[in-house]
Design a protein around this ligand. Structure first.
Ligand SMILES: Cc1cc2nc3c(=O)[nH]c(=O)nc-3n(C[C@H](O)[C@H](O)[C@H](O)COP(=O)(O)OP(=O)(O)OC[C@H]3O[C@@H](n4cnc5c(N)ncnc54)[C@H](O)[C@@H]3O)c2cc1C
Length: 500
C-alpha cells in the first residue's frame, strides 16, 4: 500500500507550523495539551483499527471549539498543510491513518452532549461523544440511538458520520445516514457551515447525504444532530442453528421474503461460534455449522407471533437448533457473544484481517461457498461474523504477521473476496469505509468516469486536496485538470500523477 510522498518543503517548515498551530490551540480549558509534537507522545496516534499500517504524524492538534477548528483549517489551507481528522481511531479501513507531512486533528475533546430535544426526538452532540454515550444520555426516558456498531463503547459519532457506520440494528432502523438530521461542519478554508438541522428535509441541495460517509475528505464535523427513538416495548432474540452456512443463508432470504424485518439478523459460522462461546459463554450451540441470531422487537403480541413464524421458516430451511431468549439478561447474553466476536477471534489467531463487503442477500449461499473455496486455495482460515440481514459480510481472515508473506497473502485473499462481492452485484464496503484499505480496489467497481465524477465533488469542497489525501481515491488528481478532463476509450489521462 502506497501513500503520497511526504512533501519535503512542508517538513522543512515543521517548527514554524508547530508554533503557529500552538498559538491557535494553546492548550485546553479542559486541560491537556493543544498541540503534541514529541515523537514518543505522538505514537498513540500512529495507527487506527487497521493496525497493519502505521505512520507518525507531523503534528497532533487537539482543538476543543469550532472556532479553533476553523482557525486551524484556515491556517492549513493558506499554508498548504494536509489534515487528517480523527475520532477514536477505531476505523478498520485506515481512514484515520496519519500522514508524515500532515496535521492529525484529534476531535476527542469535543465530548459534550449539547441538547436533548425530546419534543423533536433528537439530540445534538459534539462529534467526540461515543456512539453508546448518546444512548446513555437518553435512556432514562426510554429512548436510544439506533445504529450500534460493535465498537460503540469507543467509536465516536464524528467517526460514525464520516464512515456511515452500521450495526446489528441497522437492518430495521437504518444506518447512520438514516439517523442523522444535520451537522455543523468546518470547510478547509475555515468557513463554518450547517447542513440539515433538527427539521426534516434540507433548505437547498440535500448535501447531508454527500457528507455522511465522506471519510473526512470534505470537512471536519463539529456538531451532529441525531434522531433518537423510543425503545421498543419488547425485544426477544432467537438462536437458530444450521448444518450448513448455505442453509442459514437461505433462511435469511426466506425470512425477509416473508415480509418480516427483524430488529437484527446476524450470522456466525463454526469458527466464530466456537471462538465467541469460549470467550463469552453466550450459550451458543457448538455442534452446528452456522448460527443465526434473529431479534424481533415491538409490542409483545407481535413479537410472539413473529417468533413463531421465524421458527416455521427456519425449520423449513433445515434448522437443527432453536432457542428463544426467556429474559432480558439472556437476550443480552446472546448478543454479547456476537458483539465480542472480533476480540474472540483475536484469541484464536495471532492476527486477523477483517473484511467488509456487501452483496445482494439472495447470493449469500453462493458467496459463502466460494469463500470456502478461496480459503482452501490460499491456505488461510476464515471466521465469518456478519450482518446477514443486510448482506453485509465481515469475513475475518486469520493469519500470522510474523510469518513472512502471510499479511500479503491475507490481503490478496481479502481483495478476491471484495472482487467477488462486486461480481455478484454487491459493493466494496458496507460500513467500514474505503480508507486506504479498499482504495486500490475502487476501479474494480467504478470506471474512470465514475471516479472522476466523485472527485469533482471532493474538489468543490477541497480544491487543493488537503483533507485526508491518499484515502478513498486510487489516483491523486489536480482539481483544475480534473475540470477539463476527457477520457477517451478508457485511456487514463495525466499518467504523471501518482496512482497507488
Ligand atoms: C472491534 C471493532 C468493531 C467494529 N465494529 C463495527 C461495526 O459493527 N459497524 C461499523 O460500522 N464499524 C465498526 N467498526 C469500525 C469503526 O468503529 C467505525 O468505522 C467508527 O465509525 C469509527 O469511529 P472513530 O471515532 O473511531 O473514527 P476514526 O477511526 O478516528 O476515524 C474514521 C474516519 O472518520 C474521519 N473522522 C473522524 N472524526 C471526524 C470528524 N469530526 N469530522 C470529519 N471526519 C472525521 C476520519 O478522518 C476517518 O476517515 C469496528 C471497529 C472495531 C475496532
Amino acid at each position: 500500500m502506497q501513500m503520497p510522498e511526504p512533501d519535503k518543503a512542508t517538513l522543512a517548515r515543521r517548527g514554524e507550523i508547530v508554533a503557529a498551530l500552538r498559538s491557535i490551540v494553546p492548550g485546553g480549558k479542559m486541560g491537556g495539551e493543544g498541540v503534541i509534537d514529541a515523537p514518543e507522545e505522538m505514537k498513540a496516534y500512529e495507527s487506527d483499527g487497521l493496525t497493519a499500517y502505521r505512520t507518525l504524524p507531523m503534528i497532533v492538534v487537539l482543538p476543543e471549539t469550532t472556532e479553533q477548528v476553523s482557525a486551524v483549517l484556515r491556517y492549513c489551507h493558506e499554508n498548504k498543510v494536509k489534515v487528517v481528522p480523527r475520532g477514536a481511531g477505531t476505523s478498520l479501513s485506515g481512514g484515520a491513518l496519519p500522514l508524515a507531512d500532515g496535521v492529525l486533528l484529534g476531535m476527542g475533546k469535543f465530548n459534550r452532549v449539547l441538547d436533548i430535544d425530546y419534543d423533536n426526538r433528537c439530540a445534538v452532540v459534539q462529534p467526540g461523544v461515543t456512539n453508546l454515550g448518546i444512548t446513555t444520555a437518553v435512556q432514562e426516558k426510554g429512548f436510544y440511538y439506533a445504529p450500534d456498531p460493535s465498537s460503540q463503547i469507543a467509536c465516536t459519532i464524528g467517526g460514525n458520520v464520516a464512515e456511515n457506520s452500521g450495526g446489528v440494528h441497522c437492518l430495521k432502523y437504518g444506518l447512520t445516514t438514516n439517523n442523522v438530521l444535520g451537522v455543523k461542519m468546518v470547510l478547509i478554508d475555515g468557513t463554518v457551515v450547517r447542513i440539515g438541522g433538527r427539521h426534516l428535509d434540507a433548505e437547498g441541495y440535500d448535501l447531508l447525504g454527500a457528507v455522511i460517509g465522506s471519510e473526512g475528505l470534505l470537512g471536519v464535523v463539529t456538531e451532529v444532530a441525531v434522531r433518537i427513538l423510543q425503545k421498543p416495548a419488547t425485544a426477544r432474540a432467537v438462536l437458530l442453528g444450521f448444518p450448513t452456512s448455505e442453509s442459514a443463508g437461505n433462511c435469511v432470504g426466506a425470512i425477509i421474503a416473508a415480509g418480516i424485518i427483524p430488529g437484527g439478523m446476524e450470522m456466525m459460522d463454526r469458527p466464530a461460534i466456537h471462538a465467541a462461546e469460549d470467550f463469552v459463554h453466550a450459550g451458543y450451540p457448538r455442534d452446528v455449522e452456522a448460527l443465526l441470531i434473529v431479534e424481533l422487537d415491538g409490542p409483545e403480541v407481535e413479537v410472539d407471533h413473529l417468533i413463531a413464524r421465524v421458527a416455521e421458516i427456519a425449520a423449513a430451511n433445515g434448522a437443527v437448533y432453536n432457542r428463544v431468549s426467556e429474559s432480558e439478561a439472556e437476550r443480552l447474553n446472546f448478543w454479547a457473544g456476537r458483539k465480542a466476536a472480533f476480540p474472540a477471534v483475536g484469541r484464536i489467531s495471532p492476527d486477523y484481517y477483517c473484511m467488509d463487503g456487501t452483496i445482494p442477500r439472495g447470493r449469500l449461499p453462493e458467496v459463502l461457498a466460494r469463500m470456502t473455496e478461496l480459503s482452501n486455495q490460499y491456505g488461510l482460515r476464515v471466521a465469518n461474523v456478519f450482518h446477514a440481514g443486510d448482506g453485509n459480510l465481515h469475513p475475518l481472515i486469520l493469519y500470522d504477521a510474523n510469518k513472512p508473506g502471510e499479511l500479503e497473502k491475507a490481503e490478496e485473499f481479502g481483495s478476491d473476496i471484495l472482487r467477488l462481492c462486486v461480481e455478484v452485484g454487491g459493493v466494496l464496503t458496507g460500513e467500514h469505509g474505503v480508507g486506504v484499505e479498499k482504495r486500490d480496489l475502487m476501479p474494480a467497481m467504478f470506471s474512470e468516469v465514475d471516479l472522476a465524477q466523485q472527485q469533482r465533488l471532493k474538489c468543490a469542497f477541497d480544491p487543493d486536496g488537503l483533507l485526508n489525501p491518499g484515502k478513498v481515491f486510487p489516483q491523486l488528481h489536480r482539481c483544475a485538470e480534473l475540470g477539463r478532463m476527457h477520457i477517451h476509450r478508457g485511456q487514463v489521462p495525466f499518467p504523471d500523477l501518482p496512482r497507488f
